[in-house]
Design a protein around this ligand. Structure first.
Ligand code: CA
Length: 723
């Protein structure tokens, strides 16, 4: 009986394993919806995308797929983690490094028996984890004769990047994988990212044609946030002489072009340069002659720039589309197609002249939207077009469910598998978006929510709100947040915004933030990373602000005496708030640590610096605990009550800390998270804090450090942690 049961259970498992779908994730960089024919936008008639369109014809096309943060690295991090940027720690391309120790889609699939590969643009700085095979571009990579990095090192190849990524991907499908296992292939193109350099076989294809121009090409940015006027991503003023417009030599017209030269051209060999120049130089000479004559108006110059840009952009897309065609053809001839999910997407959208812009970052539709076309024979109804609102954080949960796996609770996205199966036609009621600001292009930090009909945006630096009626004003030319007719909509959207920020655990205390502008802080951060690399895994980590850092000074004698038998690591940084601790953990100070215990004391600077709402500070503390628990589930955390501050128990800051402690009690489970409250040791019977205990009513003296050391030591004993 048991034997029969086991055999049938086993055969069931085998069947299930055999039926698990393969996943081919075809991905590009900065591909706007308007540049895909199937989406029917401004360039539908000229966009060279028959193969991408085919995925939509044989599968489904999602009209409302949005990113959570519209830039290259962050969008990729959202996709593989299923989490918003502040939760996966990769907020911007400026200084962040992706923390590869976290749970990701490829890791979970790999753990479930999938073969996993990523080929092409990765752009997350740290080495890919969770992939059986990877061959990636360094950073942004190059269009011509690019380098690739694999587990065996760096290698330069001759040829065009999009073609090489396709060759490598097909080679892995044919020869690299274990054919007995299901697989995930992430084939990720650099194109059509700036500087939009097409393949030689495509250049000149739009010669003599005038391509359409967006209605808002000469947007004056009235009626919206003042920050729209301070960005630097306009076609009129912010295109460079060489890099963007492909002129050679010295910039002759600094009033019209910035100075960046064309590095991609410099990478070409002599033959490639010759073929390139044969097409570009006659056009360049003609336009520059007109410029020198001084007869062109600024408007005409902008229009010429737009034509040069849109043609190069669409031709860069053309090779991506051919790549999609080659992969589809292989899936068909190999017989893999019938059990393979094929997705075409891109890390965000892009401005093709709308609002006078190129680039992305803004929460406006053009760069918020991501293409999403999916073919899955037998599951997705061919030819379906859906308005279901999905976001890139939903991709991982959906693909995990498609592979029959459970979605980890920590993933913030929601599976839209029921939409794919045709059981539902709705996904999210609203999506949350956050852009954290970067140096490039001076786009101001903002976040917001979008529903099917409206969009609310908030700019924290200028404290401006914007509300758009997407039905009446799809081009987002006028914010109606001041319009009395929209008062109730504004109210609803602000509530939605607050709701989503609570749901996704977003606030200043919970969003990782560096202090790299302070030299000592960056130096200490780098030293700590080196120390971890050298010393290996510590038994005890002390995590916090100046009070923790003080173990190295006023607390040193007590520390050495009490913890001398342990391997210790002090991650205390003077002046840090919860958000800085989060940034440090995400950016190398944790780096695979599995300590026996962490002594955590943080929060008093959230109170002292900005009088942060206790619920927000407590959320920051929670995310620090979550971070440690995710990566080292056996580590025990001693969560110290934020120390009392100020002499009087009724002092405002004291009370804020008390409230933080009351809220943080919810995180104590007596199994992995334990509480330590020093206030009975530090306070007089009436709640007064004296200078005998804390000379500045905030920091400890050596005698107080001794008391704290004893209390931690006793707690370690109580929870079974020994050297
Ligand atoms: Ca991108």
């Amino acid at each position: 009986m048991l034997r029969t049961f086991l055999i049938s259970a086993l055969s069931l498992l085998t069947v299930a394993a055999a039926e698990r779908p393969n996943i081919v994730f075809l991905f590009s960089d900065d591909h706007a919806l308007a540049a895909i024919s199937a989406y029917g936008g401004l360039y539908a008639d000229v966009a060279p995308t028959p193969h991408i369109d085919r995925i939509g014809k044989e599968g489904a096309l999602f009209r409302r797929s949005f990113c959570a943060n519209s830039i290259c690295g962050p969008s990729r991090a959202c996709i593989i983690t299923g989490k918003h940027s502040h939760k996966n720690g990769y907020l911007s391309n400026d200084f962040d490094t992706f923390d590869g120790s976290q749970i990701t889609l490829p890791k979970l699939l790999q753990g479930a028996g999938y073969q996993t590969a990523i080929i092409g643009k990765w752009h997350l700085i740290s080495e890919p984890q969770g992939f059986d095979h990877w061959n990636i571009l360094p950073g942004q990579g190059n269009y011509y004769n690019p380098q690739f990095i694999s587990a065996t090192g760096v290698k330069k190849y001759s040829g065009y990047c999009t073609d090489l990524i396709t060759d490598f991907s097909l080679d892995w499908l044919k020869n690299g994988r274990d054919p007995k296992k299901p697989f995930l292939l992430m084939c990720q193109h650099k194109a059509p990212h700036r500087n939009w350099t097409p393949a030689l076989r495509h250049i000149g294809a739009y010669k003599g044609k005038t391509l359409p121009q967006p209605a808002s090409l000469f947007d004056n940015y009235d009626n919206r946030s003042t920050t729209l006027k301070t960005q630097r991503m306009t076609i009129a003023k912010d295109f460079s002489w060489g890099h963007d417009m492909k002129f050679h030599g010295k910039n002759e017209f600094p009033q019209h072009f910035t100075h960046l030269g064309n590095g991609e051209y410099e990478r070409m060999d002599d033959e490639q340069k010759k073929a390139w120049d044969a097409v570009y130089e006659p056009e360049n000479r003609e336009f520059l002659a007109q410029l020198r004559d001084g007869k062109l108006t600024d408007k005409q110059i902008t229009e010429w720039k737009h034509q040069r840009y849109i043609k190069d952009y669409l031709l860069s897309v053309k090779a991506v589309d051919e790549s999609v065609g080659r992969v589809l053809e292989y899936l068909e001839t190999s017989g893999l197609a019938k059990n393979t999910i094929v997705i075409y997407s891109s890390d965000q959208g892009f401005y093709l002249g709308e609002h006078g812009w190129y680039d992305k970052r803004w929460m406006f539709e053009e760069s918020l939207a991501m293409p999403f076309l999916i073919r899955w024979p037998g599951t997705v109804q061919p030819g379906r077009k859906t308005e279901a609102m999905i976001q890139n954080i939903d991709y991982a949960p959906t693909l995990l469910e498609a592979a029959g796996l459970t979605v980890p609770a920590a993933m913030q996205g929601k599976s839209f598998l029921p939409v794919l199966q045709g059981k539902k036609d709705e996904a999210n009621e609203a999506i949350y978006y956050a852009y954290y600001g970067e140096n490039t292009h001076s786009v101001a930090q903002h976040d917001g929510v979008r529903t099917s009909t409206h969009k609310l945006m908030y700019f924290p630096v200028t404290k401006e709100w914007q509300l758009f009626d997407l039905v009446k004003d799809p081009q987002e030319m006028k914010s109606v947040h001041m319009d009395p007719q929209y008062a109730s909509t504004l109210d609803y959207m602000k509530k939605e915004y607050a709701k989503r920020r609570t749901q996704y655990e977003v606030n200043d205390a919970a969003v990782p933030k560096d202090r790299l502008k302070e030299d000592w802080w960056g130096k200490r951060h780098r030293e700590k990373i080196q120390q971890i690399k050298k010393a290996g895994n510590p038994d005890l980590v002390f995590l916090g602000d100046s009070i923790t850092q003080g173990w190295e000074a006023k607390g040193k004698a007590a520390f050495d005496q009490t913890f001398g038998d342990y391997q210790t690591l002090n991650l205390g940084f003077s002046g840090d708030r919860t958000e800085q601790v989060l940034w440090r953990l995400f950016n190398g100070e944790w780096n695979g640590l599995k300590p026996k215990a962490v002594n955590l004391l943080i929060g008093t600077n959230n109170t002292g610096h900005v009088k942060q709402a206790p619920a927000e500070t407590a959320m920051g503390v929670k995310l620090i605990i979550d971070f440690i628990r995710d990566r080292s589930p056996d580590t025990k955390i001693i969560l110290n009550h934020v120390f009392p501050r100020s002499a009087n128990k009724d002092d405002e800051l004291r009370k804020l800390n008390d409230e933080v402690n009351r809220l943080c009690a919810a995180y104590v489970d007596q199994k992995f998270v334990y509480s330590l409250d020093m206030s009975p040791d530090f306070l007089s019977a009436d709640g007064t804090l004296t200078k005998e205990v804390m000379p500045d009513l905030l920091h400890l003296n050596p005698a107080s450090y001794e008391k704290w050391a004893k209390a931690i030591s006793a707690k370690l004993k109580e929870i079974g942690v020994q050297p």
